[in-house]
Design a binder for this molecule. Sequence first.
Ligand code: ATP
Length: 304
Amino acid sequence: MSTKWFVVINPTSGNGASKKKWPEIYTELIHQNFEFEFVFTEYEKHSLVLVQNAIKQGFTKLICVGGDGTIHNVVNAVLSLNPNNLQEIKIGIIPIGTGNDWVKTYNISKDFKEAIKIIKAEKTIIQDIGKLQITASGKEVYFNNLAGIGFDGYVVNKVHKYKNLGFLAYFTGAIVSLTSYKRSNLEITFNNTNLQGKTLMLLIGICNYSGGGMRLTQNPNSTDGLFDITYVDSITLFTILGNLRGLFNGTITKLKCVKNFKTSNLKVKILDSQETYIQADGEIIGSGNFNVSLLPKAINFIVA
Ligand SMILES: Nc1ncnc2c1ncn2[C@@H]1O[C@H](COP(=O)(O)OP(=O)(O)OP(=O)(O)O)[C@@H](O)[C@H]1O
């Protein structure tokens, strides 16, 4: 087992900010007495291979420099490898992304010096993780923050156009997309509940924030063994514009048109032929019918 840290940097995250800030982050890691090896990703999902190789070499302490997509890839690397020493693996985050949503739940600072101090203290939380399986392909994806289908996936698919707007990228993408999005006919089944019909979006939440600081699930708790589900069949642009603060303080979830549930499993069937994107932690992962289940207390993160 290595006592060194393995640092993976996505140079494209935060619209290139990770690459620019790396020399200062490197200096600060040395300054705070970290022993580490580091590597830059060279293509999308490259962190999956890099992290799996690092774990096979005996690294247990990982640092992720990037945004929510980079954290998502590191989590997927660990859980798809499912090593014998999973309990010993810890993930620390230096948040340099666009939305930086996952870190907000745990008050991890966006100031990299503060984020490094938090990692140094090695206080961990064992968090719940979602496992999503696309029925047709059997593809499995883990998520640590929030997954969704419908409008949510549509916005994520468009958001790259607005990445230069920073945290407003998702909000801008959502407002621009609301007029053009065509709802899909979905069937959603969990516990004794069956929802069927034209659906704007379904969100499956673990942590508190998504879409660049929005609070779109009502009562999330990242360690309670349950997803927080938000289901919206329709909402007008007018209602959203009248509740802009509610998007960011969570009161939007109290509107009559927004339904909230808790469950640890659910099934989603697409009842029409329209392609509907599924997103997990802000990454498009496919389309089609899928099942989701919760893995309670599945992975250690270093938190404030
Ligand atoms: N070297 C690379 N070249 C191109 N894409 C990469 C590279 N390394 C990682 N990626 C991809 O970059 C994407 C975005 O990364 P990330 O989410 O960390 O940044 P972000 O989108 O700016 O932040 P956020 O998700 O917090 O909004 C991920 O899908 C990841 O697979």
